[in-house]
Design a protein around this ligand. Structure first.
Ligand code: B3K
Ligand code: ZN
Length: 864
């Protein structure tokens, strides 16, 4: 990993030590008051029996806490015996009983000035918490580490009409409520919510016949927008029983929607807290994409109940143990609920655009990082998405039955424990009898492997020779070979499949051969069976063949995608390059093929983003020009549209979904294809008025937004934007879309001035993370041609805002610095301007530990 110059200490996996004291039970009394909340904590503690008996100091983490009193077994701990600093509290060993004891402390905290949205904070009058990874220490002094697991009893006092915490409600009365969570949990899963909330209720009967009360808590008025989330929750509960044999384990399961939230959602035991964006939906306010996100995030957080909560992480280095696995599970769920092929393609698009990009720059780190300064900076695409890919490979290597056996063993062996990747791999070794030593490198080695393949056909023998290598990443100059499963098929010249299977690569160079009478066409890395970059010589004709014939839907899509990526790159570097007829014909054939799912067609007719082309050019050693890529992409749209010709209006008309809006996958797929057709039609004839007509006629947000996006992208959005604003100005979530569509799609010529003007608006409530991301985030990571404007004004705009946000909300600031992760791939001018912008941020006095770790990693020299 990168050398880090920040002052905060580096935490290392190699330094892990077990906790000196265990906490078995926590009793909290929280008396709520916006400016001065009192927290009384009674912790039932004991020396860790697994450690030698020498007495240890008693250490608690604690930040921004005012300590009122502390006692051990009822005896006040004198102030002069407490070593208190900004990070915690230490009691010398001689004052700590070497037997079970009760620690009591009263602290005072101020939720209404807590703008970092970590610990206990307020969101528009409502109290809520976010404790992962290390927010509990902002509520009370505590051994804030996931391997300390306790049962919790929580009494909340205050005047809020609704007061919630984890587990089961054991009593309530005017001004108080008491909750008991019988399942031992790490403190990062603690949650408390209080405010004027309304519940939408339902119930679920588990397969063993227990009835679970389901509640989604929202602000008054938002109740009608909870139906889809509730439906997704019930489907998730049923799916986890059916597919993983996992039943829910409390009397109630609650979800709360909160407007100010640093991320998507949080899996607190029995009381999930969600960004309201991922709960609230109605046809008029949410798009198909929003619905799909709601479904997968509801599932993800619910699935954490077993993979994360019942079995948790020993330390934060093991984050992928719960996140990679839970992403894998939510991907399986969505694949089952929708189209598996389409879901896989969408997941790979995301993996490449977020994780491959991360792996290619200064922020590259292993799926299991080995050091960090601020753990919140490691909730990354590598930990989550690559973490999920690693599990997908494992499943492919051992087969689905053995995978299921290994998972049963995992739950049986480790329920109630805080585990490591070693524990995880051991169940696979035990269930499969395989040695996973080499496979384990996927967890420790950063970087995206390159897989080169060479074909030969001689004397009736067809062979494929693979060579694998992984380029150096920060702190890891030399890489070892990995176990790479390559799913493949061999096709004959008519496109019929001769055979298929999985090749297992383990060596740097490996050859596989088949006896064949004629040379087949290989379809390699089917289903994207490993997170690698496959390099094989190919031309328009070869790709067009696979685009037309491959029976593996992923590779069929991939053939077109690879070609578009390559073509836009070439077009951006040479204005004379045009689309090859074979490619355009293959797209036409695909558009006409009635056997294909409309959602798949929409993806296959879609083009890679400017950001993706930037990465591809950088990979090939060229300095990308975002403006030229943007223009080339436009030219290719026109060429594809012209190639499809008469088919386009029909594609548009035929995919109009009749009747009331339903968010199901089939209807969403048709709307996606219709939107794609409209996009192409508009590229060809921007003035034809079709997007305006759709915008005016739309009775759902999906169609309204797809039309608005096109109008904005073609510089003709003014009227529609004004109309949209007039209708939705008081709806925060919808107005976030209004900001985001302009930030990400305004053409390069006016992009910077547009975002500058948007930032001056009254309703640019920049302390709200959703709003901040809708403007600054959408611009920095979704409008490459604007962000990378030659003048450098795009970089300045973003950095100025990050400088302003950092003292208020370090986590969101640090997250958005990643937009600068590509600075080294550009030509000298952009590179220098991006670096200068980062240095300006780095030079801020009192920069947060979050942001300072990020900028020092971004700027470090220890990068390939
Ligand atoms: N576990 C949380 C993420 C917490 C992020 C802390 N900065 C949500 C999730 O992955 O399900
Ligand atoms: Zn998660």
């Amino acid at each position: 990993m990168a050398r880090v110059d920040a002052e905060a200490p580096v935490i290392r996996l190699a330094d892990y030590l077990p906790p000196t004291y265990l906490t078995d039970r926590v009793e909290l009394t929280v008396r709520l008051s916006p400016g001065a909340t009192r927290v009384r904590a009674r912790l039932h503690m004991r020396p860790n029996p697994a450690l030698p008996e020498d007495p240890h100091d008693l250490h608690f983490e604690g930040r921004a806490l005012k300590l009122i009193s502390a006692a051990i077994d009822g005896q006040t701990v004198p102030r002069n015996a407490q070593a208190l600093d900004g990070e915690g509290l230490r009691i010398p060993a001689e004052l700590v009983p070497q037997r079970p004891f009760v620690w009591e402390a009263e602290t005072e905290i101020s939720p209404d000035t807590n703008t970092a949205l970590e610990g206990l904070y307020m969101s528009r009058g409502m109290y809520c918490t976010q404790c992962e990874a290390q927010g509990f220490r902002k509520i009370t002094f505590f051994p804030d580490r996931p391997d300390v697991m306790a049962t919790y009893k929580v009494r909340i006092e205050g005047d809020a009409p609704v007061m919630l915490s984890n587990g089961n409600l054991i009593g309530s009365g005017p001004g108080w409520a008491e909750w008991e969570d019988p399942h031992p949990k790490p403190c990062y899963l603690f949650a408390l919510v209080a405010g004027d909330l309304r519940a939408v209720e339902d119930s679920f009967t588990t397969r063993s016949g227990r009835e679970v009360l389901l509640q989604i808590w929202v602000r008054p008025g938002d109740e009608p927008r909870c139906g889809y989330a509730m439906d997704a929750l019930k489907r998730s509960m049923a799916w986890d029983e059916e597919v993983y044999g996992r039943e829910y384990d409390l009397d109630r399961f609650m979800i709360v929607a909160v407007d100010d939230f640093n991320m998507g959602a949080m899996e607190n035991k029995g009381l999930n807290i969600f960004n309201s964006k991922y709960v609230l939906a109605s046809p008029e306010t949410a798009t198909d994409t929003d619905y799909a996100f709601i479904e997968s995030i509801i599932a993800h957080e619910y699935f954490h109940n077993w993979t994360g909560n019942r079995i948790t992480c020993r330390d934060w280095f093991q984050l992928c143990l719960k996140e990679g696995l839970t992403v894998f599970r939510d991907q399986q769920f969505s694949a089952d609920q929708r189209s598996a092929a389409v879901k896989r393609i969408e997941d790979v698009i995301r993996l490449r655009s977020a994780q491959f990009r991360e792996d290619a720059g200064p922020l590259a780190h292993p799926v299991r990082p080995e050091e960090y300064i601020e753990i919140n900076n490691f909730y990354t695409a590598t930990v989550y998405e690559k973490g999920a890919e690693v599990i997908g490979m494992l499943r492919r290597l051992v087969g689905p039955e053995t995978y299921a056996k290994a998972l049963d063993l995992y739950f049986q062996r480790h329920d109630g424990e805080a585990c490591t990747i070693e524990d995880w791999l051991k169940v696979f070794e035990d269930a499969s009898g395989r040695d996973l030593t080499q496979f384990k490198r996927w967890y420790s080695q950063a970087g995206t492997p390159r897989l080169k393949v060479r074909e030969s056909f001689e004397a009736g023998e067809y062979s494929l020779t693979f060579s694998q290598s992984t380029p150096p990443t920060p702190g890891q100059p030399v890489k070892a070979p990995l176990v790479i499963p390559v799913a493949y098929g061999l096709l004959d010249r008519e496109g019929a499949e001769i055979e298929s299977g999985v090749l297992e690569l383990t060596n740097p160079v490996q050859r596989f051969s088949w006896a064949m009478t004629e040379q087949p066409v290989p379809s390699l890395l089917r289903g994207f069976s490993a997170p690698v970059i496959l390099e094989r010589p190919s031309d328009a004709a070869g790709r067009a063949f696979l685009l037309g014939h491959d029976s593996d839907p992923f590779n069929k899509w991939e053939a077109g995608r690879a070609h578009a990526l390559d073509l836009i790159g070439r077009m951006s570097r040479d204005a004379g390059v045009t689309a090859e007829p074979e490619y355009l014909d293959a797209l036409s054939a695909l558009a006409e093929d009635d056997s294909l799912d409309p959602a798949f067609k929409a993806l296959a007719l879609g083009l890679p983003s400017v950001e993706d082309v930037i990465s591809a050019l950088a990979e090939a050693g060229h300095a990308p020009d975002p403006g030229a890529i943007h223009a080339a992409r436009r030219r290719l749209e026109v060429a594809i549209a012209a190639g499809l010709g008469e088919m386009l209006p029909a594609l548009y008309q035929d995919n109009d979904v009749p009747g009331p809006y339903l968010p199901d996958a089939a209807a969403a797929g048709r709307r996606a294809l219709r939107a794609r057709a409209l996009g192409l039609l508009t590229a060809l004839e921007p003035e034809a008025g079709r997007a305006e007509a759709q915008f005016a006629a739309a009775d759902n947000m999906t169609e309204r937004m797809s039309a608005l996006s096109l109008l904005v992208a073609h510089g003709r959005g003014a009227e529609a934007l004004a109309e949209f604003e007039a209708v939705w100005s008081s709806d925060r979530l919808v107005m976030d879309k209004w900001f985001a569509v302009q930030a990400s799609l305004t053409p390069p010529e006016t992009a910077v001035e547009t975002v500058q003007a948007l930032a001056r608006r009254q309703d640019f409530d920049w302390k709200n993370p959703n709003r901040f991301r809708s403007l600054v985030g959408a611009f920095a990571s979704g409008n490459a041609a604007g962000f990378h404007a030659e003048s450098g004004a795009g970089y300045d705009f973003v950095i100025d805002w990050l400088i302003r946000l950092d003292p208020v909300n370090p986590q969101t600031t640090a997250r958005l610095t990643t937009a600068f992760g590509t600075w080294r791939v550009f030509g000298a001018e952009r590179r220098d301007a991006m670096r200068a912008a980062l240095e300006r941020l780095a030079g801020q006095p009192d920069l947060s530990k979050d942001a300072s770790e990020m900028v020092s990693r971004l700027l470090t020299d220890d990068t390939p």
